[in-house]
Ligand binder design. Structure first.
Ligand code: FES
Ligand code: FES
Length: 186
């Protein structure tokens, strides 16, 4: 080609780049040597064998992978594990135990907030974080008065939980469970 100049080909390797990641998962300090491309979800499922968080879509569209990281819910499939050095991570396995359920887990059982259960770990982690968001006064798209403290209403719950898809359609029971935990209804 006229005028073309030779440039050095970029160096390329198929070898993974590894990094050490240290964080606290469900109260335990964990250190992993990971390919830097490893998502937080894969780190939990494939390396720590915490398979409660589900890989529904791996594209941030279903919420099945939701975990609580430093008090905020996160789609673990959309974030790299190495971005969470030193973080406090809670998965469904750390919220409660079969003989000592977290109040949100107990409410899901009581209100039949699931059918197949696939979305449930993400729904419960999200539900816990959503109630904290409301308590902290963080508004949502449906909060009418941005200067008032948001209330736990069905509209607020449905809006804030809209990133958690349930193919079984347990939505109304999930709303009931969350409402009970919030103490908004007996
Ligand atoms: Fe993460 Fe669907 S698996 S949002
Ligand atoms: Fe089956 Fe939600 S309980 S997908």
């Amino acid at each position: 080609m006229v005028g073309a100049t030779a440039t050095a080909a970029p160096t390329r390797t198929d070898e993974p780049v590894l990094a050490t990641v240290t964080f606290t998962v469900n109260g335990q300090r964990r250190e992993l040597e990971l390919d830097t491309r490893t998502s937080l979800l894969d780190a939990a499922r494939e390396h720590l064998h915490l398979t409660g968080s589900k890989k529904g879509c791996d594209h941030g569209q279903c919420g099945a992978c939701t975990m609580i990281v430093d008090g905020r819910r996160i789609n673990a499939c959309l974030t790299l594990a190495i971005m969470h050095q030193g973080a406090e991570i809670t998965t469904i396995e750390g919220l409660g135990q079969p003989d000592h359920l977290h109040p949100m887990q107990a409410a899901f059982v009581k209100h039949d907030g699931y059918q197949c259960g696939y979305c449930t770990p993400g729904q419960i982690c999200s539900g816990v974080a959503v109630l904290e968001e409301i308590k902290a006064g963080i508004p949502s798209h449906v909060t009418a008065d941005l200067e008032a403290t948001p209330q736990v209403t069905e509209a607020e719950i449905r809006e804030r939980m809209s990133g958690n898809i349930c193919r079984c359609g347990a939505y109304s029971n999930i709303v009931e469970a969350m409402t009970e935990v919030a103490g908004a209804r007996a």
